[in-house]
Design a protein around this ligand. Sequence first.
Ligand SMILES: *[C@@H]1O[C@H](CO)[C@@H](O)[C@H](O)[C@H]1NC(C)=O
Ligand SMILES: *[C@@H]1O[C@H](CO)[C@@H](O)[C@H](O)[C@H]1NC(C)=O
Ligand SMILES: *[C@@H]1O[C@H](CO)[C@@H](O)[C@H](O)[C@H]1NC(C)=O
Ligand SMILES: *[C@@H]1O[C@H](CO)[C@@H](O)[C@H](O)[C@H]1NC(C)=O
Ligand SMILES: *[C@@H]1O[C@H](CO)[C@@H](O)[C@H](O)[C@H]1NC(C)=O
Ligand SMILES: *[C@@H]1O[C@H](CO)[C@@H](O)[C@H](O)[C@H]1NC(C)=O
Ligand SMILES: *[C@@H]1O[C@H](CO)[C@@H](O)[C@H](O)[C@H]1NC(C)=O
Ligand SMILES: CC(=O)N[C@H]1CO[C@H](CO)[C@@H](O)[C@@H]1O
Length: 407
Amino acid sequence: MVSSASARKIKFKSQYLECFCLIGLVITACYLTIYNRQGSTLIKTITFEENQTPRKNSTPSCNLFSGKWVYDDKSHPQYNDTQCSFMSDEYACEKYGRKDLKYQKWRWQPRDCDLPRFNGTAFLEKIRGKKLVFVGDSLNRSQWVSLLCLIESSIASSSKSIIRNGNFFYFRAMEYNATIGFYWSPFLVESNNDDPILHRERDRTVRIHSIEKHARQWNDADILIFDSFVWWTDPTMTLLWGSFGSSDAIYKRVKMRHRRYEMALNTWSDWLEININRTRTKLFFMSLSPYHYWGENYSVEQHCYNETEPILKKEYWGADADRGMMHVAESTIRKLESRGLKVQYLNITQLSDYRKDGHPSIYRKHDQPITEEQLKDPKSYSDCLHWCLPGVPDIWNQIIYLYILNS
Ligand SMILES: *[C@@H]1O[C@H](CO)[C@@H](O)[C@H](O)[C@H]1NC(C)=O
Ligand SMILES: *[C@@H]1O[C@H](CO)[C@@H](O)[C@H](O)[C@H]1NC(C)=O
Ligand SMILES: *[C@@H]1O[C@H](CO)[C@@H](O)[C@H](O)[C@H]1NC(C)=O
Ligand SMILES: *[C@@H]1O[C@H](CO)[C@@H](O)[C@H](O)[C@H]1NC(C)=O
Ligand SMILES: *[C@@H]1O[C@H](CO)[C@@H](O)[C@H](O)[C@H]1NC(C)=O
Ligand SMILES: *[C@@H]1O[C@H](CO)[C@@H](O)[C@H](O)[C@H]1NC(C)=O
Ligand SMILES: *[C@@H]1O[C@H](CO)[C@@H](O)[C@H](O)[C@H]1NC(C)=O
Ligand SMILES: CC(=O)N[C@H]1CO[C@H](CO)[C@@H](O)[C@@H]1O
């Protein structure tokens, strides 16, 4: 199976990872297998081709998503908040006055192996001539910004401008003929909040069976990274069958948030199954990004305001990280896989959930002016949903980096 000296074959199931490294005089072959704890079948085969020095601490088993945060001010942050040309004011906590900077210096340490450091040059080499697109909501957007900051030092001569075409924002790394973009569609399917700048419609309405309008904009990408969660959490939403404004359209107010999420993900997965070029396009789906307005249950507040340390309690799981929603996404992806289309599920919920210190809270540009009354109660206007950069999304990208480098 592994004949070439530098080839590595990796098999990913999802939970638990085994690595056997056979080190000969000139041949290094490494097999990594991740098994799902429940024994289910999210299976991914990834072939290593690049020349890699054997990883320190490579051990027989490794699950990238299970581990702990380690304070490490030698290797982190991986870039500077104030020096990243792509930084957005929503995530620039240091610029907006955050004084405790420990949040930038935590490294994610998987239990059984090390996450390789992000190397922008190696990453860009790997995506040379390709198009990578994040598709989803503003969390996705922060991950895109994080990726641009991570590669910035490797693209010295490219112009640092972002180009916008409708819902598609992108950066072109000229030296590498590569495109790294972000496509705004918070529900993946069509909705009345699809304007990337103005999306404040209170009565959220989604065309639950329609994705074509968006999907044909990113269909030709080589790497697609999806996320969609937080916009679904409204207690009720309107589902639309038919088109906006059409006279025979049917509108229904619906509670059942798991069900409507499932319907949308089915639309999404049906579309992928039929339209994605399996030889060309690699697919990823980010598990939900948790927020910190509450702790382990609704009687324990773990509000992000004034938090300066991660949660160190093992296997912590906050009340806001909705497992039901995760199960819906996981089962959609499993079904798709059984129909022959692989989507790599990146199970970043728990690792992010430890980071109650990682949100902007009051240190960001706010969309609306803060009132006197709010100022007296900082919790009332704190953002405990998005993440400061440098910070947690860098780690999500380090994980994606590992997958892409090894593909
Ligand atoms: C994702 O991670 C959580 C906790 O870390 C775990 O309970 C769940 O089973 C994982 N899901 C998958 C599909 O591996
Ligand atoms: C950030 O900036 C400081 C001071 O300008 C510099 O010492 C440090 O090396 C920079 N860090 C990174 C990751 O570029
Ligand atoms: C980053 O990757 C490039 C290209 O693979 C390599 O030449 C360089 O040495 C790497 N840098 C580090 C610090 O590992
Ligand atoms: C750049 O990449 C595109 C595909 O994304 C390809 O069609 C084009 O030929 C490439 N151009 C150069 C100069 O390599
Ligand atoms: C799918 O992508 C591969 C690799 O880029 C290409 O050779 C092939 O023609 C594509 N297939 C279709 C149906 O577009
Ligand atoms: C909520 O969490 C606290 C702290 O972990 C615990 O003492 C309490 O029993 C929990 N309450 C419920 C209803 O689970
Ligand atoms: C925030 O933390 C500071 C320093 O620990 C403390 O003085 C202040 O009272 C805290 N504010 C709130 C609202 O908890
Ligand atoms: C382009 C884009 O996604 N913009 C949005 C990013 O997220 C913030 C916060 O949710 C929105 O206000 C932006 O409009």
